[in-house]
Design a protein. Structure first.
Ligand code: SF4
Length: 186
């Protein structure tokens, strides 16, 4: 048979249709396979470790490991919701991105070097003291006593707990810092 353009299009349509339709009525009636939507894990109620709101959470535990965290719908404070910090609670001990060693990049260098805490802590303390002393403001031009430094700023993060924040702010105010901020506000 000579295959005209019109016949070719008709045949192509039939072939495509037969590919898309189920080949038998039995197949068309086949039930979709079922699978569990939730893993059966031990659920442990807890309170978020971060801010003082004190949201309730339910932690899913499987083989001794945290596999899920969700807001506790029965908790009177958050009624099932959690903020991003609460949702990330599982990362507190196990975050693979967490830096666990001191990394130092010298001024002008493109390389990070591993250092010990014994090297880092005295250096940090020395540089803070030096910067503070060189930039100490006792009085404003109008003669008001302020006793502060504007040369050091502190930026907190949403991963800091309430207790850490309390200690940080005590130390920073004692040092005379006034530029104290939190990442969520910038
Ligand atoms: S950090 Fe978020 S989830 Fe945790 S207690 Fe505060 S508001 Fe609730």
């Amino acid at each position: 048979m000579e295959l005209s353009r019109r016949n070719f299009l008709k045949l192509s349509g039939v072939a495509t249709g037969s590919l898309l339709l189920p080949t038998t009525t039995a197949q068309a009636r086949e039930e979709p396979s079922t699978f569990p939507l939730r893993k059966r894990v031990g659920e442990v109620p807890t309170i978020c470790t971060y801010c003082a709101v004190g949201c309730g959470a339910i932690v899913g535990v499987q083989d001794g490991k945290v596999v899920s965290i969700e807001g506790d719908p029965d908790h009177p404070i958050n009624r099932g919701s959690l903020c991003s910090k609460g949702m990330a609670m599982a990362q507190i001990p196990h975050n693979p991105q967490r830096v666990t060693k001191v990394l130092y990049r010298a001024p002008g260098s493109a390389q990070w070097e591993e250092k010990s805490w014994d090297w880092a802590i005295p250096r940090i303390a020395r540089l803070i003291k030096k910067t503070r002393d060189e930039n100490w403001i006792s009085k404003t031009p109008a003669g008001n006593v302020v006793n502060r430094t504007e040369a050091i700023a502190f930026l907190g993060g949403s991963q800091n707990t309430n207790e850490e924040c309390y200690l940080w702010v005590k130390a920073l105010r004692a040092l005379g810092l006034v530029y104290i901020e939190h990442q969520a506000r910038i």
